[in-house]
Design a protein around this ligand. Structure first.
Ligand code: FAD
Length: 259
């Protein structure tokens, strides 16, 4: 690990002011960033601890949406009652330590191709609020570990529109808990949304499945639908063909769970 300064600002304004260069990094739960530092994959001159900022804390319901602060942990989200599928998803992440330390903002900014949270923000059409703008989930993920966040841009909260019903199903890597593939299905005010994580370099929506479920939100509507292995990931956990085969299976399971 390279040497670095540790800063703990007391407010959002102080945190943003502290990020005065690309070499500085925000620190939330440290579950991904500290591993990157130990492996010398990152060499920031300073870490700016945002985990205890009051502006990034707490959850509230506001005008038909659930607003979750960026520093809310996976364990705290596992207790959500407004969107049971989101609580189930958060409760399925990693192990107890990862859930107690890891945060929503850190998970989204990190943009791991197998992030569970990515499936929910995309599947629910969430809005990601930063210190400078609001980014729709559809425009947030650009590639593997790549988002539309600009240098120094801080995620403050995520606003999830309350769905009529939603469910999440994943095939869990037994060692880490990360989804080999995960599928989030939701019926929202603006239509049905189906989002996949773990299958490719970044999460994506299944528009063919969404069209099939529009007007008939049932497993029968997905009968015969498949997904091609082209462009899907292949690694030591699964082949692209296996991931492709999992997608319709998990979509059907997601329809049958949650509410
Ligand atoms: C053993 C293990 C198992 C795991 N299993 C799973 C799993 O099953 N499913 C899953 O989805 N994830 C899993 N994870 C990842 C976990 O969810 C992490 O919590 C998450 O990736 C990073 O969150 P963090 O709060 O620890 O962020 P950090 O590690 O502190 O930061 C990650 C990145 O986000 C940036 N950042 C942090 N907060 C903000 C913010 N508010 N605004 C802008 N940038 C910010 C940091 O600068 C850094 O670049 C696992 C991790 C481990 C170590």
């Amino acid at each position: 690990m390279f040497p670095f300064d540790y800063l703990r600002p007391q407010s959002l304004t102080e945190a943003i002011a502290a990020h005065d260069g690309e070499e500085r990094r925000y620190l939330a739960g440290g579950q991904s960033l500290l591993a990157a530092l130990k492996l010398r994959l990152a060499q920031p001159s300073a870490l700016i601890d945002v985990a205890r900022l009051p502006e990034l804390a707490g959850m509230r319901q506001d005008d038909g949406a659930l607003v979750v602060g960026a520093a809310v942990t996976h364990a705290q989200m596992a207790a959500i009652t407004a969107i049971p599928a989101l609580a189930d998803l958060a409760g399925s992440i990693g192990d107890l330590q990862v859930r107690n330390m890891g945060t929503l903002g850190g998970a989204l900014a990190n943009a791991d191709p197998a992030s569970d949270h990515a499936a929910a923000v995309l599947g629910l059409g969430a809005l990601i609020r930063t210190d400078r703008r609001v980014i729709p989930a559809d425009a947030f993920f650009l590639g593997m570990f790549e988002t539309s966040l600009e240098p120094g841009e801080l995620i403050v909260s995520v606003s999830y529109p309350l769905p009529r019903r939603a469910g999440y199903a994943k095939t869990r890597n037994p060692a880490s808990g990360y989804p080999v593939v995960g599928v989030f299905v939701a019926e929202t005010e603006s239509g049905v949304r189906v989002a996949v994580t773990g299958a490719a370099s970044c999460p994506f929506r299944l528009t063919g499945f969404e069209m099939a479920l529009e007007g008939d939100y049932s497993t029968a509507a997905l009968e015969g639908l498949t997904f091609t292995a082209d462009d899907l990931s292949r690694d030591l956990h699964a082949s692209a063909e296996y991931r492709a085969a999992l997608i319709p299976v998990l979509a059907r399971r997601a329809l049958g769970c949650g509410s």
